[in-house]
Design a protein. Structure first.
Length: 307
């Protein structure tokens, strides 16, 4: 990081105090996010009770949000539980900014924004000075190459993910949401200072549900993911209580370049890679790192945007 950015980051920390951002988490429990993808508040409350002591970070999306989940998110956050509000905001700049401002007031830890440059810049400006980590959504993990072509994009999914990751870095976002299949390539683009959050995490042998680009927890960690999202009711991880299947103690990894001899679990890897992502602290401070975006030329043959 340039010295000017580093000094500014210290000044921001001095103003805001030391924030317990997820990128500085010490344990797998703090990096595991379980989706509360449930139809009713009663079921969500039950899931949180069952996972007490195992999970400390939850994702709330559309389904629960529109069934009383926003008040539930606020309640959990007020008690110290971290909440990833998966709203995937996309609208005109002013509307997004006002929405982000209210979400900051709710005490959320993470919020998703579709990775359109103007939208991201508006959200970053609205969240400036807060602890909210803004995540740019690149390509949904339910989409494969044909889906991307059908949507009118001229890039294949991998190239589109890289393009949007670069744009998110340039906009000053706090992190990226992408498939763990792309996490390693994304990490090379965004560097160590942004979070890389990967949904579509499924234990070995589980049903993939509607996810098309799915990996195991061990694969995601090896690929450079800073946070793993799994256990959603929409997939095959057994609903939110699938978080028990994804519990930190069960995340065994094959040999990894960062592992020491005899080290077999994800925790050991993470202990020595804590600075891979510094979500939130440097949000809005990344603009000076790039004067512009590099052109990405890999395209799907025959796929062109129609007028």
């Amino acid at each position: 990081m340039p010295n000017a950015d580093r000094n500014l980051a210290h000044a921001v920390d001095a103003d805001r105090g030391m924030i317990p951002d997820a990128a500085h988490a010490d344990t797998m429990q703090e990096r595991l996010i379980v989706g509360l993808d449930l139809p009713t508040l009663k079921e969500a409350e039950k899931a949180v009770r069952e996972l007490d002591g195992i999970v400390s970070f939850y994702k709330i999306g559309y389904q629960l949000a529109f069934a009383g989940g926003l008040d539930f998110a606020r309640e959990l956050a007020s008690g110290g539980t971290r909440i990833f509000l998966d709203m995937k905001l996309l609208d005109i700049d002013n509307t997004v900014a006002k929405g982000v401002d209210n979400i900051v007031r709710m005490g959320m830890s993470m919020l998703t924004i579709h990775a359109y440059p103007k939208t991201m810049k508006a959200a970053v400006e609205a969240a400036k000075g807060s602890d909210l980590c803004l995540l740019g959504v690149t390509v949904l993990t339910s989409m494969d190459e044909q889906d991307v072509i059908d949507a009118g994009y001229e890039y294949d999914p991998h190239t589109l993910v890289l393009r949007r990751s670069e744009q998110a870095l340039h906009a000053g976002m706090g992190g990226i949401v992408c498939s763990a299949e792309e996490a390693e390539a994304v990490r090379r683009i965004v560097g160590p200072d942004l979070a890389v959050v990967t949904p579509g995490i499924r234990p070995t042998g589980s049903d993939h549900g509607d996810q098309k680009r799915v990996v195991t927890p061990a694969q995601a960690i090896r690929n450079g993911s800073s946070h793993l999202v799994g256990g959603g009711a929409g997939g095959g991880a057994g609903g939110p209580t699938g978080g028990r299947q994804l519990k930190p103690s069960s995340m065994k990894c094959a040999r990894h370049k960062d592992q020491k001899p005899g080290e077999t679990d994800a925790q050991g890897i993470l202990d020595r890679s804590r600075r891979r992502a510094r979500c939130g602290r440097l949000q809005g401070l990344c603009r000076s790192r790039q004067a512009g975006l590099r052109p990405l030329r890999r395209q799907v043959p025959g796929a062109r945007r129609r007028a």
